[in-house]
Design a protein around this ligand. Structure first.
Ligand SMILES: [Zn+2]
Length: 1013
């Protein structure tokens, strides 16, 4: 192997020497464009260039743009920090090394400026590096002022000729972001070298980029995860013969999903990149990933395209993508393609910040080895096959290096930057036009506005939704007085059965034609530059089951008003824009204590802040009303809090902070109550994946709900779980593990322990999360027994999606089974659920209809017979009569014997357990006593009401099935969720189902009605 490589490198040396001789001195090619070639007058850094050749595993994995490094007497190369060249085997820099280098560049050259753009959850810095001509960098503010006008055409009164002037003068900003996905490790070194080239190279091709535009670079997006990944790689180098631990934590909270946060903006990295993108008024956001050989420009992608982006943008995707592939194909680089199977539907990806803010979103998948080892890589047939969109596919098998990856990344970026610069007037004009078309949206396409009414019963959640929009740079206004808008007339589709339709029409009430909104209602005007993101978040999504795209890349629905559980009205009546209104800078739900008296009450509308208050005021006596009541002229719902033994001033302060409205009562209400205690919570994670539970941790931390964060391994080690905890949360693993994977973990039958702890090689690994000497063992059978004992002795275990399946399949509950779907396809959709048992404390504050996030179940079935697997019932199974005499309603008739009356058939609803029959009760030791049976709190809506947003195919499998079930087990409870109530910061309307379970842990049976038999 080594020999053949040396031969190849020698051949490559001759090849590049030839190139240097043949390089044209005049840079203009016959087509009038500047040729991608080095400036023969500029010296090259010979040793660095030799190493580029050495570490590139085949000549065609390089291009004339990056197969040399120009030399400089004043500016240091990446070698100054790395000790080797960018992309060298065995070299993976920490973020602070990357920053150190970028700041060396800044010090050495007036062509570089480094900006701090914020910090991560763990306090690490994020930066953006601007590279451009000294003149451009000196005039940043003047240039920004021009871009601001193009970004907000209202400032120039939508005057196209004024815009043309600005387009002629403005310098565009192209923003590149690297390594958001921590195991995708190549971008930082590629971007270090790219910054060097843009700073130093005097070839006309690079000079034009430098003088014509501003390249802005965030070399490390997920800084916390980068440092962990470099730790793991160092551990691997120190233990070359061992297996190395997989990167179980990336950022503090989530892993791969950090690239799904561009809707909710709950992570610091999203917020920092968004603020940088919007603050600079950049035209492009180009995010670098590594999972596809060798360069997949997924910008153009596949359908369905996001329905809210401007078609001008989708044309830009085609232009840029096609040109990018063409340029690199002409260099002879194999495996460069666009289109592919990435659909462009969800706006949750980081790059989509640009698509939703009138820019251009771009994303590269290049090929990485997850570290800096040079390795033989073998591809799957679907990766190397030649397809219509990949005429020059990658090789089935090849030796691949980090340098190869860096060559592809840099070549792709340089050709993109150059093409963008050549066409910058077009793209700047498009940038203006997309903003202008946003401003003109109300009249051109609608809607005119979204309105969030002032009489919203959940003002706290409403404020949270508005704050998400403000993070997205959306302007929010408030109506100064009450107003009325007219509603669009909904056209009914003609029904096939005309007779029934006519009869139904007679009973139909006339649809309202207007809607009133009180003064103080929030108005999100659609005639603003960033209307697009508000529209995309607040609108409904429909993914057709007939769509040719059969494998949605991510969630298909996300409607924020539904998932936050607050009212959002889509208003098409243009009059709404003429109402007197004022801009709102700080959205805050009103709160505090009103009235006189020493007993306080807070109405319960399922606002998560109630749980925050419980934990914040540890010493206050709080109770929940088990029925609704009236007091001091106000109505209080079931579950409303009654608070005593608290200083009014303290309560007032806390309630003001949290946006909770407290009423002081003259006398305590006579309603039945139970205590609401600050439960001691354990939060359990596996060592298989922490991806999905991370969103739960983030939500609890934001709400300041304390918990102990423990792994499945820890459970077996705790002698008495009940002595330490009241509630154990076991959120989704998100790894699709079977029950045995949770118990067994990873195999320990061979290999070495996989430590997740801080060592000399891994100083950053643990951060503020958990640690272990060996990630491989799971919960174990001892741990399972401990969990069971915890529940039997009175503890509450809460599970969701895959951990609910675990609890049912491993036998922690009786009378509930969970099925995987057979034909159903619900891919991250918003579904309707219905309240079944409003007396359960889990349901406190909820109304009859609740929207929830569902990703294909599981599908629960209930049974009142222990050990029986609940039947998969679809629809009504009550039997019809046999063929015989009489009409359909008549009983059957037997010749020669008097008629006998059959006992009435017992029926039940889909979400209920089938009734126990007399036959089953004979010696009925398997019949679950009524008090031990599962209690359904929420169920999925009927089939026709199931879909709120996204894709529902074969929904009858889950329609009407239980969505949230409280199962008594011994003295305790297991609460099973089929929905995921806490997800990506988007599902805040269902958070309280979890919080209610926590706060009412020792009174979950309140209001329970038992079956008679
Ligand atoms: Zn990625």
């Amino acid at each position: 192997m080594a020999d053949s490589r040396r031969v190849r490198n020698t051949a490559l040396g001759i090849f590049s020497a030839l190139l240097l001789i043949l390089a044209p001195s005049a840079a203009t090619a016959a087509d009038g464009e500047t040729a991608p070639a080095r400036d023969p007058k500029q010296a090259i850094d010979e040793p660095y260039t030799a190493k580029i050749q050495k570490y590139t595993t085949a000549p065609y994995f390089n291009s004339p743009l990056v197969n040399y490094l120009p030399s400089s007497n004043t500016v240091p190369t990446p070698e100054a920090v790395l000790g080797d060249i960018a992309g060298a085997p065995g070299v993976l820099p920490y973020a602070e090394d990357v920053y150190k280098y970028m700041r060396m560049l800044e010090k050495a050259s007036p062509r570089v400026k480094v900006f701090s753009i914020g910090t991560t959850e763990e306090g690490r810095e994020m930066i953006a590096v601007a590279v451009s001509s000294p003149e451009n960098l000196k005039n940043l503010e003047e240039n920004r002022a021009r871009l601001v006008k193009l970004a907000d055409p209202r400032t120039i009164k939508l005057d196209d000729s004024e815009a043309d002037k600005l387009v002629g003068q403005a310098v565009p900003v192209y923003y590149i972001t690297g390594t958001i996905h921590s195991p995708e490790t190549g971008a930082p070194t590629a971007l270090m070298e790219l910054a060097y080239r843009l700073t130093v190279d005097e070839s006309p091709y690079i000079q034009e980029i430098r003088d014509g535009m501003i390249t802005l670079i965030t070399p490390v997006v997920e800084v916390d995860g980068r440092d962990r990944m470099v730790d793991i790689y160092r551990w691997h180098l120190a233990h070359p013969k061992d297996f190395y631990p997989p990167l179980i934590y990336w950022g503090k909270y989530v892993a791969h999903d950090n690239n799904r946060d561009a809707m909710g903006v709950t992570l610091k990295l999203t917020e920092n990149v968004l603020n940088t993108y919007v603050g600079w008024k950049a035209q492009v956001l180009h995010d670098l990933h590594e999972s596809v050989p060798y360069l997949y420009d997924n910008t153009v992608g596949d359908g369905p395209y996001n329905a809210w982006v401007d078609p001008i943008l989708t044309d830009e995707w085609q232009m840029i993508g096609a040109r990018n592939v063409a340029d690199m194909t002409k260099f002879g680089m194999p495996g460069v393609f666009t289109h592919g199977d990435f659909d462009t539907w969800s706006p949750g990806y980081l790059m989509f910040i640009a698509a939703m803010h009138n820019g251009i979103s771009r994303l590269y998948e290049t090929f990485g080895n997850g570290g800096a080892d040079t390795q033989e890589r073998t591809l799957d047939p679907e990766e190397y096959s030649r397809t219509w969109f990949r005429q020059n596919p990658p090789l089935p098998k090849t030796l691949w290096s980090q340098r190869d990856n860096n060559n592809y990344e840099q070549t792709g970026l340089l050709t993109s930057l150059h093409y963008f610069n050549e066409n910058k007037r077009l793209f700047l004009k498009n940038f203006y036009l997309k903003a202008k078309r946003s401003v003109m949206k109300p009249a051109a396409e609608g809607p005119a506005a979204y309105v969030l009414p002032a009489d919203e019963p959940r003002p706290g959640l409403q404020a949270e939704l508005l704050r998400v929009l403000q993070k997205q740079a959306v302007e929010i206004s408030r109506a100064k007085s009450a107003f009325t808008v007219s509603l669009p007339v909904k056209k009914e589709k003609p029904k096939k059965d005309t007779k029934d339709t006519k009869e139904a029409d007679k009973e139909k009430k006339p649809e309202p034609t207007t809607r009133d909104f009180p003064a103080g209602s929030y108005i999100i005007r659609m005639d603003q530059p960033y209307a697009r993101i508000a529209d995309a978040l607040l609108d409904h999504q429909y993914w057709s089951p007939d769509d040719p795209q059969k494998t949605p890349y991510d969630d298909t629905g996300w409607t924020f008003g539904e998932l936050f559980g607050v009212q959002v009205a889509r208003v098409t009546d243009l009059k709404v824009l003429d109402m007197a209104m004022e801009r709102v800078v700080n959205v805050h739900a009103p709160g505090g204590v009103k009235g006189d008296g020493a007993v306080f009450a807070i109405n319960n509308n399922a606002e998560p802040a109630l749980a925050t208050l419980r934990y914040k005021m540890k010493d206050a006596a709080m109770e929940a009303a088990e029925e609704q009541f009236d007091s001091s002229g106000k109505k209080f719902t079931r579950g409303s809090l009654v608070i005593r033994k608290v200083s009014r001033a303290d309560l007032d302060r806390a309630a003001s902070d949290l946006g909770l409205q407290v009423v002081a009562l003259g006398t305590a209400p006579s309603v039945k109550t139970h205590p609401v205690r600050a439960a001691r919570v354990a939060f359990v994670h596996t060592w298989l994946s922490t991806q999905t539970e991370g969103w739960w941790r983030l939500a609890l931390d934001d709400l300041k709900i304390p918990y102990d964060y423990i792994s499945t391994q820890t459970i077996a080690k705790i002698d008495d779980l009940n002595a330490k905890y009241d509630v154990i949360l076991f959120p989704p693993v998100g790894y699709s593990p079977g029950p045995t994977a949770i118990i067994n973990g990873m195999t320990t039958a061979w290999g070495n322990p996989l430590p997740w702890k801080n060592t000399p090689e891994t100083p950053n690994l643990v951060g503020k999360n958990d640690s272990t000497d060996d990630m491989r063992p799971g919960l174990g059978w001892d741990g399972l027994a401990k969990l069971q004992t915890f529940v039997q002795k009175g503890g509450v275990l809460l599970t969701a999606t895959d951990t609910s399946r675990f609890a049912t399949e491993i036998g922690l509950v009786t009378g509930v089974s969970a099925h995987a779907s057979e034909h159903m396809k619900i891919v991250g959709s918003v579904l309707g659920t219905r309240l079944v048992d409003g007396a359960s404390p889990i349901a406190y504050g909820y109304e009859e209809k609740v929207a929830a996030y569902c990703d294909n179940g599981p599908i629960f079935s209930l049974s009142s017979i222990a050990g029986a697997r609940g039947r998969r019932r679809l629809g009504n199974e009550s039997h019809t009569r046999a063929t015989g005499r009489g009409t359909a309603d008549d009983p059957d008739f037997t010749v020669g014997r008097p008629a006998t009356e059959a006992p009435e058939e017992l029926t039940s609803e889909i979400w209920e357990a089938p009734p126990v029959t007399d036959e089953q009760r004979r010696n009925g030791f398997r019949v679950i006593p009524p008090a031990n049976r599962a209690r359904v709190i929420f169920r999925y809506a009927d089939k026709k009401d199931l879909l709120i947003s996204g894709l529902v195919e074969g929904g009858d499998e889950i329609a009407q099935r239980p969505a949230v079930v409280d199962v008594p087990a011994g003295k305790g409870h297991v609460v099973l969720f089929s929905i995921n109530p806490v997800y990506r910061g988007e599902t805040r309307g269902t958070y309280s189902m979890v919080l209610n379970t926590i706060l009412n842990f020792d009174s979950l049976d309140a209001g329970r009605k038992l079956a008679e038999k």
